[in-house]
Design a protein around this ligand. Structure first.
Ligand code: GDP
Length: 294
């Protein structure tokens, strides 16, 4: 994860660390290299510019030129600014209501269903009574996929394969949850390969009908800038509460992780790093920044 970015940042700092007397020009050069590394990692240009301008101002404001180890101070400042950029501190999922409803949105293939299983697994391990709901009314395979995951983690899945009305299915699932002591209902929804008006209208209607305490948007981090644009579109329509970044184990350049929070102004809440049920982490901006800086 972020190997290339980490390597380039490391190189930028090494040059500075190897310089005898540091001048403002040395700092400016290093900051420019940081910016280039971020842009190469697919970070939105404006975001990369803003954060590196701040790093430079901070560095000069904190007297990096006369610091005992200017290189280290610049690494520290970069880490602080990347942490801020990614949201500062972790934000929890809102679980409220009886039952609490959590709506999962995103494009097809983003990793929605896999995440739904992982999240249910996490909650189950905390001793919560969870019900999964298959609301992808277009792909019977998606219902089966959720059922298989449910069996694997020992969480019940509610589905009505013949019903083509997602709101009806979800409402029936809520009744079922109430009757059967399920406290958290996670609703997996239909996605398309690209943003599409019908999908948006459907998920908007589902959100309105279910009034979830948390709506999560799942996005494939490998899609780089597209991930940020898709997030923007979904947020405009859904006003979601948090982002789940998937496939961070792959050959991702990491840009989405760094710019999504800043562009959409919604917190990243989880990252997914593999296909297995345990490949899920709560997102901590500071830990991520630390990881990026190696
Ligand atoms: P959905 O269409 O959004 O429900 O997406 P799926 O959950 O079916 O995931 C699409 C594909 O991506 C599947 O083959 C998953 O196994 C895979 N996948 C999901 N999350 C991850 C992840 O974090 N890392 C990797 N490498 N693969 C993932």
């Amino acid at each position: 994860m972020f190997d290339n970015l980490s390597l380039k940042l490391d190189r930028a700092f090494k040059t500075l660390k190897g310089t005898g007397k540091i001048t403002e020009i040395n700092v400016a050069t290093t900051v420019k290299e940081i910016r280039r590394a971020l842009i190469d990692a697919d970070v939105n240009y404006k975001v990369a510019k803003e954060v590196t301008d701040t790093i430079k101002d901070e560095a000069l404001g904190r007297d990096v030129l006369i610091a005992v180890s200017p290189g280290q101070l610049l690494v520290k400042i970069t880490q602080e600014e990347l942490t801020k950029l990614m949201g500062g501190s972790k934000v929890d999922v809102n679980i409220k209501g009886d039952p609490a409803v959590i709506l999962i949105s995103g494009l097809q293939g983003s990793g929605k269903t896999t995440f739904t299983g992982k999240f249910a697994n996490l909650l189950k391990k905390q001793g919560r009574q969870v019900l999964l709901v298959a609301c992808d009314i277009y792909r019977p395979a998606a219902i089966d996929q959720l059922k298989v995951l449910g069996e694997q983690i020992g969480v019940e899945v509610y589905a009505e394969p013949e019903n083509k009305n997602a709101i009806e299915i979800a409402n029936h699932a809520l009744d079922y949850a109430k009757k059967n002591g399920k406290k958290i209902v996670i609703v997996d929804t239909a996605g398309r390969l690209a943003v599409d008006e019908q999908m948006m209208q459907e998920i908007e209607a589902l959100k309105k009908a279910l009034n979830p305490s948390e709506t999560l948007f799942v996005v494939d981090s490998m899609t780089g800038q597209d991930a940020v644009n898709t997030a923007k579109t979904f947020d405009e329509r859904l006003n979601f509460d948090g982002v789940v970044l998937t496939k961070l184990d792959g050959d991702t350049r990491g840009g989405a992780a760094i710019s999504i929070r800043h562009v959409v102004n919604k917190p990243i809440k989880f990252i997914s790093t593999g296909e297995k049920m345990e490949n899920i982490d709560v997102f901590h901006p500071d830990r991520m920044a630390q990881r990026i800086l190696g």
